[in-house]
Design a protein around this ligand. Structure first.
Ligand code: SF4
Length: 337
């Protein structure tokens, strides 16, 4: 059977979630929980914030499941750190599936073999592999020779085992567009279900920011340059978000759409910026001054076009505008395998 970019069940689940929250009069409710059970990692990637601000100690599976219940987001991105280093990953993933969640399990793929071979594929589970370029570039960004080859091996194995697979590619200032085209052609050839492409997040903790990260104008230029070849591939960036990245559409951020929970607590205000941590989701929601971030008034928001903040805005638009919903539905059904 042909696959859509996102599972039809996910759309159903999101629709009923939106309706329930709207009827309950909730103004702010999350779509995706960014769950970081560990900050330990086997790599030291160039643009990564978590290895620079890492928390000691891992979350327990019980605390992770409690967090998922607390915020009620229908989708959970299990990220980190490298989740494959989290000893109880199979129990965590099984627990989240039992809670009815849709899961994106984010990994650099290097240590993924054991999980792929021993865990049963599930229609609500997507393995999301991180690849930033072809061999030379990816290995240089990750700081580990051979990391590209290992990741590609894991993707091929996951394909053979029947997992739903997506990839996540970060575009840096130095990324060559022709090389990204070659990378996506390779991934498409392997048969990945969806590809996510994002401009590098301008983390405060990363030194030499100006050399690595784009400003908004540069993001617009780069994504316009890639427009032609990106059409060939099953991107999972929505078309409205792509218009935003190309500078053809203005959007406001939805900072509470993807709350982050990790061993330090609930991170405020967003995945990218940290002003503080809270022990409960409710306290984080109550005590964060959302209007500042929703209106883009914080200077740290000025160059941010991160999908976590703006794809939620696109989803909210779709649930309030039939035109946007139709655009999203048609897009979801095309470029499938
Ligand atoms: S614009 Fe970016 S940095 Fe600002 S709140 Fe939204 S996601 Fe965070």
């Amino acid at each position: 059977m042909k696959k859509t970019r996102f599972q039809p069940g996910l759309y159903k689940s999101l629709t009923s979630y939106f309706i329930k929250n709207t009827l309950a009069g909730r103004k702010r409710f999350p779509l995706v929980l960014m769950l970081e059970p560990t900050h330990r990692c086997n790599l030291a990637c160039m643009g990564c914030d978590r290895i620079r601000t890492a928390a000691d100690g891992d979350l327990t599976v019980e605390r992770c499941l409690e967090a998922a219940r607390e915020c009620r987001a229908p989708v959970v991105a299990v990220t980190g750190g490298e989740p494959m280093l989290y000893r109880e990953l199979p129990r965590l993933v099984s627990g989240l599936l039992a809670e009815g969640k849709y899961i994106y399990l984010c990994t650099n793929g290097i240590l993924a073999r054991e999980f792929i071979e021993s865990f049963d594929p599930d229609p609500r589970l997507t393995l999301n592999f991180h690849l930033d370029g072809m061999q030379g570039t990816h290995d240089r960004i990750t700081g580990l020779p051979g990391s590209f080859e290992k990741s590609v091996e894991s993707i091929r194995l996951a394909r053979r085992r029947g997992f739903r697979i997506s990839t996540n590619t970060t575009v840096y200032k130095a990324s060559e567009t022709a090389e990204l085209d070659s990378l996506f052609a390779l991934l498409d050839n392997i048969g990945v279900d969806g590809m996510l492409i994002s401009p590098a997040f301008a983390y405060q903790s990363v030194e030499e920011k100006d050399k690595i990260f784009f400003d908004r104008r540069e993001i617009n230029e780069k994504f316009n340059l890639m427009s032609g070849f990106l059409k060939k591939y099953p991107l999972i960036n929505t078309p409205t978000y792509m218009d935003f990245l190309r500078g053809r559409r203005q959007l406001r951020c939805t900072p509470w759409g993807n709350p982050t929970f990790n061993p330090l607590g609930w991170k405020s205000p967003c995945y990218l910026v940290t002003d503080g941590y809270y022990d409960t989701y409710a306290r984080m929601m109550e005590q964060t001054d959302w209007k500042v971030y929703e209106q883009g008034k914080d200077p740290r928001c000025s160059n941010c076009m991160v999908h976590g903040g703006y794809e939620t805005t696109v989803m909210r638009l779709a649930f309030t505008s039939p035109r946007e919903m139709l655009r999203l539905a048609l897009w979801n059904m095309t470029k499938t395998r």
